[in-house]
Ligand binder design. Structure first.
Ligand SMILES: [Zn+2]
Length: 275
């Protein structure tokens, strides 16, 4: 699933690949999917979007927002978004296909679940979207040490593990269970370590790791476990992921372990990451 580094990269790629193009045709909900979420009736998307020019795309957390004059196309973090040139084969199954006047297209398909919301500006009151838009991105300068301290010192955070703190309740939009693994590895913290046991050094290392790990992932085009707008895997080599489990830790050579924890897999080195 894409998270903030990949959403950032995909928004940039959209600006380069389809910015300024005029929408000719929109097909929504062609392949039924139980967990594809639309705003209102997807059959009205064509009327809402056709004839409009693609404006700026940006990312909020793991969401990608594409402006099209008075309308918005908003894609959730479980959506595979792909660009197709005029002569490229379109995917057989998709939940949203946007074709442009030059016969290039964007297709969106759902992995497990995801939102494909198209709406008139201001018409969408989804809490997840509004929160992601309002909170500072961990990639931005607004996410600084004092903002981080305000999250970590929140009233309910003491009893939480560091995974629960960072990757639940959308405290930090776009920081999910994927990017979390390397952030904690680089900070030397075990995902189950309780926040109340943090030393000042742990706090500082975690802040530094959130900033540096996410920016490294973004600069390298996203993680090597996720695909971009052109279907290519990102250039960032994950240290802890499904690709490295049971392989030696890059720091100490101990075997990287995997466990189920809080509704997702965690990967860790039990030598380098302190409980
Ligand atoms: Zn290690």
């Amino acid at each position: 699933m894409i998270e903030c580094p990949e959403a950032f990269v995909i928004a940039q790629q959209i600006n380069e690949a389809v910015g300024g193009k005029r929408i000719m045709n929109v097909i929504a909900a062609q392949s039924p999917h139980k967990f594809a979420w639309y705003h209102g009736d997807p059959q009205k998307y064509h009327d809402l979007l056709s004839g409009k020019l693609i404006g700026k795309a940006s990312s909020f957390g793991g969401l990608v927002e594409i402006n099209a004059e008075d309308a918005v196309i908003l894609l959730g973090d479980g959506v595979n978004l792909r660009f197709h040139c005029e002569n490229d084969k379109r995917p057989k199954k998709h939940q949203l296909l946007i074709e442009f006047e030059d016969f290039s297209a964007l297709s969106a398909s759902i992995q497990m679940y995801g939102g494909l919301w198209c709406f008139k500006k201001g018409d969408f009151k989804n809490k997840y979207f509004l929160q992601a838009k309002e909170k500072p991105s961990p990639l931005s300068d607004k996410f600084d040490r004092s903002y981080y301290d305000s999250i970590i010192s929140g009233a309910d955070t003491g009893k939480l593990s560091v995974k629960a703190l960072l990757a639940t309740e959308q405290r930090i939009p776009g920081l999910g269970n994927g990017v979390l693994q390397d952030i904690l590895f680089n900070a030397g913290l075990h995902p189950k370590k309780k926040v109340k046991t943090f030393t000042e050094e742990d706090r500082k290392k975690l802040y530094g790791s959130i900033k540096s790990t996410l920016s490294e992932m973004t600069c390298q085009g996203g993680r090597d476990t996720e695909r971009d707008l052109f279907g290519c895997y990102g250039g960032y080599k994950t240290r802890l992921s499904k690709k490295t489990v049971k392989k030696p830790c890059p720091l100490c050579g101990n075997i990287i372990e995997k466990a189920a924890y809080m509704g997702g897999s965690i990967y860790y080195c039990s030598v380098c990451q302190k409980m």
